[in-house]
Design a protein around this ligand. Structure first.
Ligand SMILES: Cc1ncc(COP(=O)(O)O)c(C=O)c1O
Length: 486
């Protein structure tokens, strides 16, 4: 009897609530605006007329993070500065605002971003957008020679990375069909790329490869790659290594400097909560950042790059002398003066991250995603869905990707949306579910699993019904397609 009492019912609200109460990070949730279900479904921005509208269950920080409450206050300050100071906003220290003068907004965020990605202060620039930064990094670090010209990426890379690499190859007159080495999973039913397989492919093309570009966390499967091991192995063969950290930055602790990564780029709209299309980040290891005063004949005394005035030394930037002297660090890769609206959103986000640490967030994330995994496993619905994300917590971040049986996705997504559960889909059959440790709770996870089960049951029985109808109809000579029956 006593034993039975001690085994908690993981599917009970009481259990989820008790976990939330014990969560030392639970108060961060209040610092974010969680859309209400009625607002999600409304086609206008008018506030809901309901007395106590129910918050949605938002598990989509892997796609777009929620808005911090601070963002709107900081944006108001920025707009007010612009309205009241005009161009002086570039230089004026505003006493009653947390925001730096616009001239310094980029420097102002660097230290905090370095904490998130594990970099030294001279190794990070906040600039441009993710794909643009990958191109800028490749302009420096993809320098094909007769002997080395190939680029290794995943066969299922995020399309933007695929296009970026393909276009870099074409830009250098290389044929992508032979120069782009695509890593494919060894088992077609399991989309995970093992470290061993990546190392073996690297070995196979070692002498002819110039660059290896991989994601820190794979967008589709949620797999977290062993960045340190893969980087060291490729570098041993003289290959430069870059990482797309779209799904990793702000999700789990990173140590880009210690892992000796050559370059990396990320966006800030997912786990960094800066809003759609907001400013990106670039890491360049300090070993590539040196600027020597004495340039060799015909060669600049720094790593070659595509340049702009914002990458040139700050003290002489406004001298207008047309002598590019790069900032000795990743800042030297900047092109333009950055969008202050974007930097303001980033400042708001970082002011929340600053109140905790990536280590604390990871601790919660491991527990929360572990809870999600356990509940999903206990549903015992192997015929309906499988988890394709690695089961080893060290090989994943917050996200779990669920592959549904064929023909269920549309119906399941429709039910989730109707019930105010926000996740996203990757066709043909995957749902990505990401409990973000800053604002998600055990109660969110429980609600997702309950609604997901309902949605799967409904979709499966509808599919069965339709199949039966279809068989009956076929038997009865009238041949109707699946979509019509649905
Ligand atoms: C893994 C990955 N790479 C690249 C991108 C493209 O990012 P951007 O549109 O900011 O260049 C995304 C966008 O979601 C992504 O998830």
């Amino acid at each position: 009897m006593a034993d039975q009492k001690e085994t908690p019912d993981l599917f009970s609200e009481a259990y989820a609530k008790s976990q939330d109460e014990q969560d030392p990070l639970s108060s961060f949730r209040d610092q974010f605006i969680i859309p209400t279900i009625s607002d999600l479904h409304a086609k206008t921005l008018k506030p809901s007329s309901q007395d106590q509208p129910q918050s949605c269950t938002y598990l989509c920080g892997n796609s777009l993070g929620l808005q911090p409450r601070l963002t709107s206050k900081y944006q108001q300050d920025y707009l007010q500065t612009w309205a009241t100071k005009g161009v002086y906003g570039h230089f004026t220290e505003i006493e009653d605002s947390n925001l730096a003068p616009w001239l310094h907004v980029d420097d102002d965020v660097i230290g905090d971003v370095c904490e998130i990605v594990g970099a030294k202060k001279n190794e990070v620039a906040v600039m441009q957008t993710l794909t643009a930064n990958l191109h800028l990094a490749m302009a420096s670090f993809y320098r094909p020679t007769e002997k080395r010209w190939k680029i290794i990426i995943e066969g299922k890379a995020f399309p933007s990375d695929h296009y970026a690499v393909e276009s870099q190859l074409l830009h250098h007159n290389k044929d992508p069909s032979t120069s782009m080495i695509l890593l494919e999973p060894t088992d077609p039913d399991n989309p995970i790329l093992t470290t061993q397989h990546i190392l073996a492919t690297t070995d196979e093309h070692a002498s002819s490869t110039a660059l290896l570009l991989l994601p820190g966390i794979q967008f589709y499967t949620g797999q977290f790659f062993d960045i340190a091991t893969i980087t060291a192995h490729a570098q041993k063969h003289g290959i430069l290594v870059g990482w797309d950290l779209a799904h990793a930055a702000g999700n789990l602790p990173l140590k880009l400097h210690d892992w000796n990564v050559d370059f990396a780029a990320w966006c800030s709209y997912k786990y960094l909560n800066c809003g759609p299309g907001s400013i990106g980040g670039l890491f360049v290891h300090e070993k590539h950042c040196a600027v020597s005063a004495t340039a060799e004949k015909g060669k600049p005394g720094y790593t070659r790059r595509l340049s702009g005035w914002w990458g040139s030394n700050k003290s002489s930037r406004f001298a207008m002398e047309n002598v590019f002297t790069p900032i000795a660090g990743a800042g030297g890769w900047q092109l333009s003066n950055p969008s202050v609206a974007d930097m303001t959103a980033l400042r708001a986000s970082l002011d929340i991250f600053n109140k905790t640490s990536m280590i604390a967030l990871r601790k919660k994330s491991l527990a929360l995603t572990g809870y999600l995994e356990t509940l999903l496993q206990q549903l015992d619905m192997e015929k309906t869905f499988s988890i394709i994300t690695p089961s080893d917590p060290e090989q994943r971040g917050a996200q779990l990707s669920l592959r549904l049986a064929s023909g269920l996705l549309d119906h399941v997504m429709a039910v989730l949306e109707q019930k105010g559960v926000v996740v996203d889909e990757r066709r043909p059959d995957v749902i990505r579910v990401a409990p973000a440790p800053l604002y998600n709770s055990w109660t969110d996870v429980l609600r997702f699993v309950r609604v997901f089960k309902e949605a799967c049951d409904e979709a499966s029985s509808q599919k069965e019904g339709s199949t039966e109808t279809s068989i009956m109809v076929e038997g009865g000579k009238e041949d109707k397609g699946w979509s019509e029956i649905k």
